[in-house]
Write a new protein. Structure first.
Length: 307
């Protein structure tokens, strides 16, 4: 039966080219590497390396086998890392991945409710961008994630929880502060704090909010975080199109927010690894989330998901 350690030795030897390099990578001795390779060859029924003058030269079969190994090894490696994480957890804990702006606005309110149900459970918060959120979920490093919606991805289940209107953030005293709604045309010639191109969830943002036929504003500053856009607006460096959760924080610093006329919305989800089962802690976190988002005072510009 092929063992994980044998495959690890094979990959290390193919990558480093020597038993010395493979042994160093695996923190074992050269003879141990040689034994693992010999055992693997015996299990496979064909030779992987030719031994010539103390060197291990990969055979054609080894090159072909490496392709199959690389296709499947990442899944095994993720299982091994998940097992290590579980072993290291001395107490039961909940791990949450969350976008930065949500970790400083929505998540604290959710955790207040969660601790009413689970007062003694530690919570580990991984505050990362959406792309990193997906990796954490696929690698089974977190139990649940709170993020913007994203396309269907293997290994991840999503549950829409709410839609929120798009807002325009203005510095105090701006000429548009007396408007009830800001339109794309209103921002012609304005300095707009924009989005870094070629980042997940940022592609096409400018075209989405400022369609063809509309005079485009200037984009002197681009960033991928909501709090940074709000901060730039607060310091009078421009206006910006923003999500609503940071609004209550930045209104205290002179930022004025108005609804922005667009068909786009900010859609938010709870996301879970596709393991088939969810722990009691995850269920309680979901219950706390649903209770919080039903409070219209939290985000006046929100709607129930799917409505």
């Amino acid at each position: 039966m092929i063992r994980f350690r044998q495959i690890e030795a094979f990959r290390s030897l193919m990558d480093t080219g020597t038993t010395v390099g493979a042994a160093r990578r695996m923190h074992i001795t050269q003879p141990a590497v040689s034994r693992l390779i010999a055992d693997l060859e015996a299990d496979l029924g064909f030779r992987l390396f030719n031994r010539t003058k103390g060197r291990m030269e990969p055979t054609t079969a080894a090159v072909r086998f490496q392709l199959a190994v690389e296709e499947n090894f990442l899944g095994l490696e993720r299982l091994r890392k998940a097992a290590e994480t579980i072993r290291k957890d001395e107490t039961q804990a909940l791990s949450v991945a969350c976008m930065p702006v949500l970790s400083t606005t929505l998540l604290p309110l959710i955790l207040k409710e969660f601790f009413k149900m689970q007062p003694d459970v530690p919570v580990n918060i991984d505050s990362v961008g959406n792309a990193e959120v997906l990796v954490r979920l696929q690698d089974l490093k977190v139990d649940v994630a709170l993020s913007l919606a994203f396309p269907a991805i293997a290994g991840i289940e999503v549950e829409p929880i709410l839609q929120a209107e798009v807002l325009c953030a203005l510095p105090a005293g701006h000429r548009l502060c007396d408007r009830d709604v800001i339109t794309p045309a209103d921002l012609a010639g304005e300095n707009v704090i924009g989005w870094i191109p070629n980042r997940p969830l940022s592609q096409g943002q400018e075209d989405k909010y400022f369609p063809q036929g509309i005079e485009k504003p200037r984009f002197p500053i681009r960033t991928h975080t909501s709090h940074t856009r709000y901060a730039m607006v607060a310091h009078g460096l421009g206006v910006s199109i923003v999500e609503p959760f940071g609004a209550q924080v930045w209104e205290k610093h002179g930022v004025v927010v108005k609804p922005f006329q667009t068909e786009a919305t900010h859609d938010y989800v709870l996301a879970y690894p596709s393991t088939g089962r969810r722990s009691t802690l995850v269920h309680d976190f979901r219950t706390a989330t649903m209770k919080v988002i039903q409070d219209p005072a939290l985000v006046p510009w929100q709607h129930a998901a799917g409505h």
